[in-house]
Design a protein around this ligand. Structure first.
Ligand code: 16G
Ligand code: MG
Length: 606
């Protein structure tokens, strides 16, 4: 877990020129910064790595030497792909204004052009340039990270290599090394350069503290036979970290002195570890959520695996969905929407409980950010039952994260695909300080006091830089434990509208433009008119006139693949499939489709 430091050397122009020449841009190729960085077949990556490593150093320089991060991963994509994600110094995504420069960099032939682009963007090498590097378990990631390190050293930057880490842990490392971006309340404990262990310990410590607040406030409706969770790590980097957690939980509980019935602690059984099977293939969060199928368990084990409580991560462990197998062997899926509902209702309840003793709590703006992919039933439930504010933002962490910060003091965001976290703003920390003054001398059993004990541990449990499968796993488990729920109780909060996702290849997907939150296509102009007509026709035949059940479809160009994505939901699976098929055919016809149109036979679901 200890990072390897590479101290800055004198910039070596010859070496840089050599690297740029050797790893030249293939003819007729244009690389583009996508939804979350660059993602291509791994053989195409080396020229991008050299150029974006230099770009990252310049970004650090533009922030007066604040460290930034580079993660070598293609997340949930298949093994043959690889990519680069950039963490800004605050642990968040690269600011959108810098994406065009990143694209120009990735396509620049030589050092002279790179420096011209940098100058045009008022960016220049500085004395202090620090880049944290991490990589996932793909077979080509080591070689690509070595290339990034070589390029950074030649450019005169300092490199801190974390080796095999999850994407969220790398973001956290970056945030933690820029303490000016961390809320004071989160600064504590150790110093040094490796924060990963400290990070996992802080998650576990907060988790155990949260469990210890269990009281008779919630009536235990369901008793767990065994608090044991199977964790499908998608054969990716999360599989290197999850096996460490049981022992960390035990050690923490023993040493902390927190009184807790140890049977309340969840036991994790990690499966689909690196090397057990193909990365992200028929396993992991993307497969389970998009294909709506149970994952294949590649790990050989003598144990009978408990499929009642399963979490699936994606390949770089920044996404999570939960699921179970019902008595008929079918999948019960608890996706990002269900997590949003669970987490936000818990937060609302606790803030409300606190408000009886601390009226300031009433002024805290709590809310949820979703994307157009959020199931209509979840949005209706959040608005009508949880009674919370819902904002729909564009797909991609950079959009939902920004919106959560912007709109709310306690902003929860979850994409249906399982990316998400809760962000706590300044006013929330003010609330904690006021609560401390009012409640420190009250009984720990007082409801407001319990709410305060719960709320104050959350910012250390929930990753404040970016969504994290490990941190979300413990958050969800703790809430379920406190409520006495299992996945079925949770799943029954509302029923998802049947939905279908698919994709269509077109000659040039950039011809499709959408409105701000991607719920409507703005061009080609006929496309939305035709989609509206298809939705209206289906709505007329819908069994109920309720707003939540209105069939809905939208299309958007993918930011990670050369395809147009289609989403449809309706009152039956048949209707959702029919609407998706119609939307796909419209895209194909109006946007110069190529290849095959999707069909929804068992094997061709996308
Ligand atoms: C990336 C995004 C994810 C988004 C997905 C959409 C990050 C860290 N990840 O995986 O948030 O849902 O892309 O992919 O931002 P698409 O543009 O291909 O549909
Ligand atoms: Mg990912």
């Amino acid at each position: 877990m200890r990072p390897c430091m590479h101290y800055p050397e004198v910039p070596n122009t010859n070496e840089l020129n050599r690297l740029l020449k050797h790893f030249s841009i293939p003819p007729k190729t244009k690389f583009t910064y996508g939804t979350a960085g660059f993602r291509y077949h791994h053989e195409l990556l080396p020229p991008i790595i050299v150029r974006i490593a230099i770009f990252a150093a310049l970004r650090s320089s533009s922030l007066d030497g604040e460290p930034v991060g580079l993660m070598i991963t293609a997340s949930h994509n298949p093994e043959q792909d690889n990519g680069l994600k950039i963490s800004d110094s605050n642990g968040g995504m690269l600011p959108i204004e810098w994406e065009a420069m990143a694209t120009d960099f990735a396509n620049a032939k030589n050092l002279k052009l790179l420096m011209e682009i940098a100058a045009k963007n008022n960016s220049q090498p500085g004395k202090e340039m620090i880049v944290h590097i991490g990589r996932d378990t793909r077979s080509h990631s080591l070689h690509l990270s070595q290339l990034a390190i070589r390029s950074l050293k030649a450019f005169g930057a300092m490199v801190i290599d974390h080796g095999l880490v999850t994407t969220p842990a790398l973001h956290y490392n970056v945030l933690r090394s820029n303490v000016n971006h961390m809320p004071n309340a989160l600064l504590y404990g150790s110093s040094g350069t490796s924060f990963e262990k400290e990070y996992l310990n802080s998650i576990i410590g907060s988790y155990v503290s949260l469990l210890s607040t269990k009281s008779q406030l919630y009536t235990q409706k369901i008793h767990w036979n065994k608090r044991s969770m199977l964790v499908d790590c998608a054969c990716g980097v999360g599989g290197l970290k999850v096996p460490l957690l049981n022992q960390m939980i035990e050690e923490f509980t023993e040493n902390s002195g927190i009184l807790l019935d140890t049977s309340s602690l969840v036991h994790l059984t990690p499966v689909n570890l690196p090397g057990d099977g193909p990365l992200n293939e028929r396993c992991g969060a993307e497969y389970v959520q998009k294909q709506q199928k149970l994952p294949v368990i590649y790990t050989e084990t003598d144990e009978t695996l408990n499929m009642e409580y399963v979490a699936s991560f994606d390949g770089d462990a920044d996404r999570i969905v939960f699921h179970a197998k019902d008595v008929d062997g079918n999948l019960v899926l608890l996706d990002g929407d269900k997590i949003a509902v669970l987490v936000s209702s818990f937060l609302q309840e606790e803030i409300e409980a606190l408000s009886t003793a601390v009226p300031f709590a009433k002024s805290i703006r709590c809310g949820i950010v979703q994307t157009a992919y959020a199931n209509g039933s979840s949005t209706a439930y959040l608005k009508n039952v949880v009674k919370t504010d819902v904002v729909i933002a564009k797909t991609g962490v950079k959009h939902v994260h920004t919106a959560a910060h912007h709109h709310f003091d306690v902003g929860t965001y979850f994409e249906a695909n399982g990316h998400g976290t809760v962000l706590f703003g300044k006013k929330f920390f003010e609330l904690l300080a006021k609560a401390e003054q009012c409640l420190v001398s009250t009984s720990r059993k007082n409801r407001s006091n319990i709410a305060w004990q719960r709320l104050r541990v959350l910012p250390r449990l929930v990753n404040q830089a970016v969504g994290d499968a490990i941190s979300d796993l413990f958050l969800v488990d703790a809430i379920l434990y406190l409520k006495g729920w299992n996945l079925y109780t949770w799943g029954q909060l509302y029923s998802d509208m049947p939905s279908r996702q698919c994709k269509v290849k077109v000659q040039d997907r950039t011809m499709i433009h959408t409105n701000e939150n991607e719920t409507k296509a703005t061009s080609p102009i006929q496309l939305q008119m035709a989609l509206d007509a298809a939705m209206d026709a289906m709505a007329k035949n819908s069994p109920t006139g309720r707003q939540a059940n209105r069939p809905r479809a939208f299309v958007r160009p993918s930011g990670t693949e050369d395809a147009v994505r289609i989403y449809a939901e309706a009152n039956s699976q048949k209707d959702a499939d029919a609407l998706a098929t119609e939307a796909a055919a419209l895209v194909y016809k109006l946007c110069n489709g190529t290849g095959n149109l999707p069909s929804f036979t068992k094997e061709s679901k996308l």
